[in-house]
Ligand binder design. Structure first.
Ligand code: NI
Length: 179
């Protein structure tokens, strides 16, 4: 398993709902999540969606509470994981407010840009025990949920940038000149 990066076309697919009545599919996801978790932590990410590892299914993982300590050179020397949230078949609704946050993405390495999102939302989903849950999220958690949910629809955060900036960034990446 590896993290796919822009402009990989697999990142642009619309993912399908997980069939929560299909035990084989559920078992597969239970095996995939720990692998995705390792990849996410290794890459110092706060979220990872299934399409980013080439799986066109509607689920993602988020840990916004992990503590990362860095040395003077900026290298990660220790990490304390927080709570890992698994969102399967998420449905976002009751969005409100707006917030601007600097975002990055493991699939768009080296690019950090401000993006406008809803500041509060409610999301229905299944957790890794395939129990139905509802979460009201605000602030950073709400932003990360929207970012990861976009991956399920083949959207990247750079798509939300003003057209000139977006074009410059995309061209720079495609030409291999990104940082
Ligand atoms: Ni991302």
């Amino acid at each position: 398993m590896e993290i796919l990066t822009f402009p990989n076309e697999l990142l642009r697919r619309t993912s399908k709902d997980v069939d929560i009545l299909n035990n084989a599919e559920k078992e597969e996801i239970k095996k995939l999540v720990p692998e995705m978790k390792e990849l996410m932590y290794e890459a110092n990410g706060v979220g990872l969606a299934a399409p980013q590892v080439g799986i066109a299914k509607r689920f993602f993982i988020i840990d916004v509470e992990q503590q990362i300590e860095r040395d003077e050179e900026g290298n990660v020397c220790s990490r304390t994981p927080g709570e890992l949230h698994v969102f399967i078949n998420p449905k976002i609704y009751d969005t409100e407010g707006s917030t601007v946050c600097e975002e990055g993405c493991l699939s768009v390495p080296g690019v950090y840009e401000e993006v406008k999102r809803f500041s509060k939302l409610t999301v229905d989903y299944y957790d890794l025990d395939f129990e139905k849950k509802t979460m009201v999220a605000e602030g950073f958690m709400a932003v990360v949920i929207q970012h990861e949910n976009d991956h399920l629809d083949g959207k990247l955060f750079i798509d939300k940038l003003p057209v000139v900036k977006r074009t410059v960034i995309k061209n720079r990446i495609i030409k291999g000149k990104a940082f």
